[in-house]
Every structure is written in structure tokens, then in C-alpha cells.
Design a protein around this ligand. Structure first.
Ligand code: MN
Ligand code: MN
Length: 288
């Protein structure tokens, strides 16, 4: 059991409310950048910090897109938008996502498939469960609705300051197996698609992180930014100073940059994600 369970519960509540705030703002004509900024502002207003820049990935993008400061895109009718939010309180992290189809219902069953898959996994989730059991529940639910799970994206355990802590919860069976222990925190995150069922790397998605501290002598601006973000993911929107922002853009190659995950068959993708605490005989939903 995390010693500071109360902090994990509060981080979960903030993450869940931030996700719902973002999902509610995703409508025709809303600016993608404004939605990201409002969601992150809400997390900070609650005393938390974003654990990563809000992901707003659209259509065949599965994950890892965040708007840059100049992003002018507005949501259009028919867009299938994944809003994926992380909030942390002194390192206690929640990770949660929802999918919104803007102004249409053509992909309602694709959106429902991942929501139902999380619920199917939740019913199996308890101390001692093999992750394979959860994968089977996810896979079956998505197949039953006529879609494919995305096989190379997985759920994951979470530890303090560590979003991907070691154990994976694949969205298909036969990938890997581990048992979940009481007190572990786990994010379950099925992705479903009408495409190939795999993602590949697309273009740079505006999320980056430092691999190591930059030299303060050679790169004073980068060194200042390292002081703010350490090795956690961040984005240019979080750097208001023009001189630091331009130093960052020039130094992109010195940092780890995250590509957008794009569906290999260019199918449309939905995602649902919830963070749970594993307990004897069941689980507690941390991101209601
Ligand atoms: Mn996750
Ligand atoms: Mn997530």
C-alpha cells in the first residue's frame, strides 16, 4: 500500500476532474491549444502539477501530441479526439484518458469499445491477478464490438515520480504476464481501432524531456530549464520566456523528443484510461 495513499487519492481526483473538464471543452470550433492550457491550469489550481503535457491526439493519432504555443487548429465535426491527462501531487501520479467524437456519432461504438474494455478489466482486477487475465478481458471486449485492440500500447504500473514503473498490462494476450500485488497502482489503457491494430512513430509531437543535465557553462538557458523540469516530460507551452523558448527549439536534438504514435493502417483510434489501486479481492478507482 502506498504510505501516502491519501495523496494518491487526491492526485486521482484532480486527474479525473481535469480529464472531464477537457472532454467537455472539446467541441466544434474550440481551439486545441486553449483546451490543453485550461486543463493544465485546472490541475495547477488544485495544487497539483501536470505529470506530462496534456495529450490531444486526433483521428489516426493514438497518443503523444500536445499543441505548441502557435497551434491554431480548432476541432472540427467528426474529429475523434483522445484527451490524456496526468496529474501529480509531490510525485503521486494519476493517468487517465477519454475519447470524444466532435459533433457526430459515426464512431460511437469505437469510443464505447475502450470504455467497456476498461470496465471489463476493472471487474477482473484484484491482488494476485495475472495481467494476462486483464489483457484477455480487454481484447475480448474490443473484438466483440468489431474492432482491433492496438497491440503495441499497454497499461502500466505507476510509482512515485515514475509513470511507467515496470509491469505492463498489454491490450492483447500473449505479450507478457506478471501478477499485480496489493498496494500497486496501475493504469489500464485500452486503445481500439478500425485499422491495422498497431501504431508506429509519426512526426515530432511537441513533447520532450532532458535525458541528462546540460552543461551550465555551454548551455545556460537549457540548464535553467533543466532546473524546472528535471527529467520529466514538458513542452514549449510551459516555457513563457521567448529567449528560453528559442534556445529550446534550437536544442531539440540534445533532448529526447517524443514522436506522435500513428495507427499503421491509418484507422481511427479511441482510448480510455483509468488509474486503480490494487487491493485484496478487488480494486479502488483512483480517477473517478
Ligand atoms: Mn498511461
Ligand atoms: Mn495516459
Amino acid at each position: 500500500m502506498p504510505k501516502d495513499l491519501d495523496r494518491w487519492r487526491r492526485a486521482g481526483k484532480i486527474g479525473g476532474a481535469a480529464r472531464d473538464l477537457g472532454a467537455g471543452m472539446i467541441r466544434e470550433g474550440a481551439s486545441r491549444r486553449d483546451v490543453a492550457e485550461e486543463v493544465e491550469k485546472y490541475i495547477r489550481s488544485q495544487g497539483g502539477q501536470p505529470a506530462f503535457p496534456v495529450n490531444l491526439s486526433i483521428n489516426d493519432e493514438a497518443a503523444h501530441f500536445t499543441p505548441d504555443p502557435e497551434d491554431m487548429r480548432r476541432f472540427a465535426v467528426g474529429d475523434v479526439v483522445k484527451v490524456d491527462v496526468g496529474a501529480h501531487l509531490d510525485g503521486a501520479i494519476s493517468d487517465t484518458a477519454a475519447t470524444v467524437e466532435v459533433g457526430a456519432t459515426k464512431y460511437a461504438s469505437l469510443v464505447a469499445a475502450t470504455r467497456s474494455a476498461v470496465e471489463a478489466a476493472e471487474r477482473e482486477l484484484r491482488a494476485g491477478v495475472e495481467t494476462m487475465t486483464l489483457s484477455r478481458a480487454i481484447e475480448r471486449t474490443i473484438h466483440a464490438l468489431g474492432f482491433k485492440p492496438v497491440e503495441n500500447l499497454t497499461g502500466h504500473t505507476i510509482e512515485s515520480y515514475l509513470l511507467h514503473a515496470g509491469k505492463s498490462v498489454p491490450n492483447v494476450t500473449g505479450m507478457s504476464t506478471a501478477r499485480l500485488e496489493p498496494g500497486e497502482v496501475v493504469a489500464i489503457e485500452p486503445f481500439a481501432t478500425n485499422g491495422a491494430g498497431r501504431i508506429g512513430n509519426g512526426a515530432f509531437g511537441n513533447i520532450m524531456r532532458f535525458r541528462e543535465p546540460p552543461s551550465a557553462k555551454k548551455f545556460p538557458e537549457l540548464s535553467e530549464l533543466f532546473g524546472r523540469f528535471r527529467t520529466l516530460p514538458f513542452c514549449a507551452r510551459w516555457v513563457p520566456e521567448p529567449e528560453l523558448r528559442s534556445a529550446l527549439l534550437k536544442a531539440r536534438k540534445r533532448l529526447q523528443t517524443y514522436p506522435v504514435f500513428v495507427e499503421e493502417g491509418h484507422g481511427w483510434v479511441s482510448q480510455a484510461e483509468r488509474t486503480f489501486l490494487v487491493v485484496e479481492g478487488g480494486c479502488e478507482l483512483l480517477t473517478p
